[in-house]
Design a protein around this ligand. Sequence first.
Ligand SMILES: *Cc1c(COP(=O)(O)O)cnc(C)c1O
Length: 360
Amino acid sequence: MFELFFTPGPSALYFTAEEHIKTALKKGVCSTSHRGQQFKDIYKECQQNLRKLMDIPEDYHILITSSANEAWERIIENCVEKESYHVSMGAFSQRFAKIATQLGRTAHELVVEDGTVPNFDAIDVPESAEIITLCLNESACGTSFPLETINALREKYPNKLIAIDGVSGVPVVPIDFRNIDTLYFSVQKAFGLPAGLGIWIVNNRCLEKAEKMAAEGNTIGSYHRLPDMVEKAQVFQTAETPNILGIYTLAKVASDMLEKGILAIRREIDYKSAILNQVIEAHPQLHHFVEKEKYRSKTVKVIRCDFESNLLIDHLKQKKIHVGTGYGGYKKEQIRIANFPTHSKEQTEMLVDLIEAFKF
Ligand SMILES: *Cc1c(COP(=O)(O)O)cnc(C)c1O
């Protein structure tokens, strides 16, 4: 049997990824020039398939970065002149505020207790903040930011940019792009691809902000200045030699997901999420870290164990099943389990049976 990865990222590859990578190698995708027609066709197909799969409006630009980390830096450099506002729900969302500070901005930060999500009323954004940053799915804690709060923030703060970290949430969580200005993700989580590629989606409000900042003499970066990235993306080009194999594989996997149907994918996620919840709730020594069901992620389950979490992690490893440790300081007391589109119902049922039978 193969090793089965339920780790929250990198995770199991999408089940068709290997075939696509093999085909790419045969077709010379890794050796082709990024200035040639073959690459342009690949990037175009990637943009088109993502647009369809994630319902991205035509006037939002789909750009290539190296990772979500890069998107944090790009957004600050291009869209924030002085002040940003960050909702931090755990280690990943906190990094955004840190990067803003490192780049010399004033980062206002609402830090909530791990495993919780702030109420709409608690999110009090100062007049001077130019952007609000939110994390759809805090992979460190297993919390999920409610879509209705995003929409309400848009109504309350129509003049501020809204940036969404979609890393372990998309394409599962249905985002209404009209209510946000930018969203970014890395491909090694819910898309099930090898790491080393990020997608940064931006609207023209972000672009205009970057242009204005540049015109006023601010530095907005170097090879990845937003206006240049948009200009290049419109002709399916990138400034640097990009991760061509990654872009190719993403285009193909997005196409496979389209063929399967995003609704079918979401239904499967719901089923697998429900049986994972059941086993956590039925097991006397396991507990949800996120207490309120409404804020619990469907795609990353974070479980508090009454024993050292390594015992269960190692037990599963002997069966060639890999789950994640707790994040950071929670390493020894928690486990994290991914429920991504590539994880089949049968694989998840097998995992659930093994967890159910494990008693310490
Ligand atoms: C994994 C993750 C990131 C970081 O992704 P990189 O590819 O390492 O840049 C950011 N945000 C969330 C929510 C994540 O899960």
